[in-house]
Structures are given as structure tokens and as C-alpha cells.
Write a protein that binds this ligand. Structure first.
Ligand SMILES: Cc1cc2nc3c(=O)[nH]c(=O)nc-3n(C[C@H](O)[C@H](O)[C@H](O)COP(=O)(O)OP(=O)(O)OC[C@H]3O[C@@H](n4cnc5c(N)ncnc54)[C@H](O)[C@@H]3O)c2cc1C
Length: 424
């Protein structure tokens, strides 16, 4: 370990930052660790904020660590403290209130912020966005009051909020520019599955339209849509995506392009500055290009990898992307990264609510989604990593274990496997 690292500063006390601080200590680093976040809370996990925490099922806030953890590990956690800029030449952070903090290594984990909808009436009371614990608590109060909700955007967050609000008995309408929920990521087949799921639970889905304006006195009363519709609403949640939080890096000399640009070691263009989590646009060795991922799993693993690299490990971060979502009784995991594909196939029956979907490019699996089917995710990940061509008939055949597909390059091999008795 390099002995000259006196202070490691981490900007952003979310999941990536908190796990990085934990890793510095578990790796034996005994210098100063300062974890700075602008929220009043100690670090917490965000996925429950649209699910069980929003529905009031979990009670406790989903903190990453116990209350005493940071003191016990001599991690200086500075809450409610905003970093306003970086003086990379002097290796100093500028903090709100004209304070400065010197660092030898800097990890940037500032996460992302919701994109705002800029239409007339956007500032009316009752229009919400969901990123923080406080946002979730405010939306939960509305849901608990059983009010009429319009959700703008049927991405992951919008879809999960709609499901949670519906489960709690709210009237819910979703307004979406695409023709199906989650269509951009999952394509039409799975988009149709999620549309049916929401409609079966009584959600009204308005496709191919968007918000023209919000109307009301001081508070929201109606949402006017571009196709001439008018929806009564007691509250609105807008979920139209997030943008990386890179404002503090202006004039720092750190390269920004769709987030903080880092190499496969999670290092920026400045040698002592690293980045991880939602804000990092990292070179991915497997995909041979940069990826900025807004997933819990990425923050969980990239933060620690950056921490090890700050201590000199030179570890390439090449984890295959993974995320999960829970809506009503449909729990799903997605592994891989598919922005385009030439074939999508399904093993199982979508109408039974238990299936595995695969996306292929040139006969190779590039992503897989298991819905209410468990313990197959690692197998799909291995299949993606193998880059092996697979026959789509094999993929859709539930008799062939997914773990065998990697070995089965041809139909003859399947025949051999079947004649062995077909057991995995
Ligand atoms: C409601 C919700 C549900 C989600 N559900 C899922 C899910 O089901 N599955 C999944 O895979 N992913 C999910 N995600 C995504 C996942 O939570 C994120 O990918 C993860 O939180 C990213 O962690 P991070 O540490 O990079 O950023 P964050 O968690 O955003 O943490 C960054 C922290 O840095 C602080 N900060 C930023 N700038 C400054 C500054 N200048 N000074 C001081 N502090 C600063 C921020 O306030 C924040 O506290 C969900 C996200 C949300 C919001």
C-alpha cells in the first residue's frame, strides 16, 4: 500500500461512497477518510424508496450501515455539507461556507438528479420527483391519503411508484410518450407484459402522449395532455429519467461527457481522482466502450473497486450490468446490456407470470431477464460473458438447463446431452 496517502475524500455519501469508505478500512487503509454528503441522513439505499419503504411496509429507513459504523471505523461522515467545487491543482475541495479540505486521493460519487419537466404549471404544489428519502416520505403521505395520482413516465421508477400507489388503493393514471411501459429498455414483447400487468391491477395507461401543462390554483388539480386529454389529479409524480450530478466539476479540469469519464480502473483524466456509481461513465472492458449505469448493483461494486484502485490495486471493473425491479407480485432481475438486438425470445409463458427472456445479437445472448424465476441469473451472466452463439430453440426449451447452454454449441451436443438422460 502507498504510505503517502494521508487523506482520502469521497464526495457523495450515497451507496457507492459509503461502500467505498467501508472498503478503504477493510483493505487496511488507516489514513484519514472523509465522506461528504449534502443530505441530512447518513448513506441509505434508494431502491426501497419506490417499493416497500414507499408503501410503509419496512418502517426503518434503508441505511447502508448502522448508526455507529462511521465512528467505529474512524470515517469522518460530514452530512448536510455540499461540495461546491474542486481545485485540482492544489488538491482541495471547496465546501459550502468557504471551507476547504485537502486530499491526496479523491473519489467522486455524486450520483444523479431527476430530470425536470419544463411545462407551464410545473411549480404547482403537489408535483413530485423521487430521488431522496424525504421525497419518498412526501409521496407516501399522499399515497396514504388515497389521493388520485398521475404518474408521468413509465420507466422503472414511474412504473414502481404506480404499482405501489395502486397496491395502496390510489387511482393511478400513467402518461407515457412511448406506446408501452419500459419499451425503450425491454422492447415490445416485455413492454406488453408490463402494460397488461398494470392494467390488470387497474392502472389507466395513456400511451404516445405527454404533458402539455399542469393546471390548478396553488396546487395541482388537472394534467392536460398533448393529445387534448384532461386528467383530474390530487398529486403527480414525474419519472422521466435522471442526469448525472456533475455541476461541482465545472472548471475542475476533470473530463465530463455523459457523466464523469473514467477508464476501466475508474480513474478520471486526473491521476488522483476517481469516480463511481450513477455519475461515472466508465470504460467497460467487456463491452469495449464507456457505460454510465444507473443501477444499485453498479454502485454497490464500483465504489469498492474504486477504493481498492485508489490504494493502488489497478483492478479493471468489468462486472456485467445487473438490475432488479419489483412491481406488484412480479419480481424480476435483468443482467446484461442491450441497446439494440436482432432477436428477443422467451422461455416460459408470460401469461403465467413466470418466464425468462433473452435478447440476442448475431446469435449471442446480450441480455436476459428472469421474472419470478430465481437462481438463473448467474447462469445467464456466464452465457453473456461466454459470447457463445446459441440456437434460440435451445434458449426457449425449458427442458435444457440454462447452465448447459454454454456447453451446447450444436444440436448434436443437445442430442448427446438428451441421450445421457438430460440431467444437469
Ligand atoms: C426511487 C429509486 C428506486 C430505485 N430502484 C432501483 C432498483 O430497483 N434497482 C436498481 O438496480 N436500481 C435502483 N435505483 C437506482 C440506484 O438506487 C442507484 O443506482 C444508486 O443509488 C446509485 O448510487 P450512487 O451512490 O452512485 O448515487 P446516489 O445514491 O445518488 O448518492 C449520491 C449522493 O451524493 C450526494 N451529492 C451529490 N452532489 C454532491 C455535492 N456536490 N456535495 C455533497 N454531496 C453531493 C447526493 O445528494 C447523494 O446523497 C433506484 C433509484 C431510485 C431513486
Amino acid at each position: 500500500m502507498t504510505q503517502s496517502i494521508d487523506t482520502i475524500a469521497i464526495v457523495g455519501a450515497g451507496l457507492a461512497g459509503a461502500k467505498a469508505a467501508e472498503t478503504l478500512r477493510s483493505e487496511g487503509y488507516d489514513g484519514r477518510v472523509v465522506l461528504i454528503g449534502d443530505e441530512p441522513e447518513r448513506p441509505y439505499e434508494r431502491p426501497p424508496l419506490s417499493k416497500e419503504y414507499l408503501r410503509g411496509e419496512s418502517g426503518e429507513a434503508p441505511h447502508v450501515h448502522d448508526d455507529g459504523f462511521y465512528d467505529e471505523h474512524s470515517i469522518e461522515l460530514m452530512c448536510s455539507t455540499r461540495v461546491t467545487g474542486i481545485d485540482a491543482g492544489f488538491q482541495e475541495l471547496m465546501l459550502e461556507g468557504d471551507q476547504r479540505l485537502g486530499y491526496d486521493r479523491l473519489l467522486l460519487t455524486p450520483g444523479a438528479v431527476p430530470r425536470r419537466l419544463d411545462v407551464p404549471g410545473a411549480r404547482l404544489e403537489g408535483i413530485h420527483y423521487l430521488r431522496t428519502l424525504a421525497d419518498s416520505q412526501r409521496i407516501a403521505e399522499r399515497i396514504d391519503a388515497g389521493q388520485r395520482l398521475v404518474v408521468v413516465g413509465a420507466g422503472w421508477i414511474g412504473s414502481e411508484i404506480a404499482a405501489s400507489a395502486r397496491e395502496k388503493g390510489c387511482e393511478v393514471t400513467i402518461v407515457e410518450v412511448a406506446s408501452l411501459p419500459l419499451e425503450r429498455v425491454l422492447g415490445p414483447e416485455l413492454g406488453q407484459f408490463y402494460l397488461d400487468l398494470h392494467r390488470d391491477h387497474g392502472v389507466e395507461f395513456l400511451p404516445e402522449t405527454s404533458v402539455e401543462r399542469f393546471e390548478g390554483g396553488d396546487a395541482i388539480e388537472r394534467v392536460s395532455t398533448r393529445d387534448g386529454g384532461s386528467l383530474d389529479a390530487d398529486f403527480v409524480v414525474v419519472g422521466i429519467g435522471v442526469a448525472p450530478r456533475t455541476g461541482l466539476l465545472e472548471n475542475s479540469g476533470i473530463r465530463i461527457d455523459n457523466g464523469i469519464v473514467v477508464d476501466e480502473h475508474l480513474q478520471t483524466n486526473l491521476p488522483n481522482v476517481f469516480a463511481a456509481g450513477d455519475a461515472a461513465n466508465a470504460r467497460h472492458p467487456f463491452y469495449r466502450r464507456h457505460l454510465r449505469l444507473e443501477h444499485w448493483d453498479n454502485a454497490l461494486h464500483q465504489g469498492p473497486a474504486a477504493a481498492r484502485n485508489m490504494l493502488g490495486a489497478r483492478e479493471a471493473y468489468d462486472r456485467i450490468p445487473y438490475f432488479f425491479s419489483d412491481q406488484y407480485d412480479a419480481g424480476m432481475e435483468y443482467v446484461g446490456h442491450a441497446t439494440d438486438w436482432d432477436e428477443a425470445v422467451i422461455r416460459g409463458d408470460t401469461s403465467a407470470g413466470e418466464f425468462v427472456a433473452f435478447w440476442l445479437n448475431d446469435g449471442r445472448v446480450v441480455a436476459g431477464l428472469n421474472l419470478n424465476v430465481w437462481d438463473v441469473n448467474d447462469q445467464i451472466r456466464d452465457l453473456i460473458r461466454s459470447r457463445q452463439r446459441v440456437d434460440s430453440r435451445e434458449l426457449t426449451n425449458p427442458q435444457i438447463p440454462i447452465s448447459r447452454l454454454q456447453d451446447l454449441g450444436s444440436m448434436e451436443a443437445i442430442g448427446a446431452w438428451a441421450s445421457e438422460g438430460g440431467s444437469s
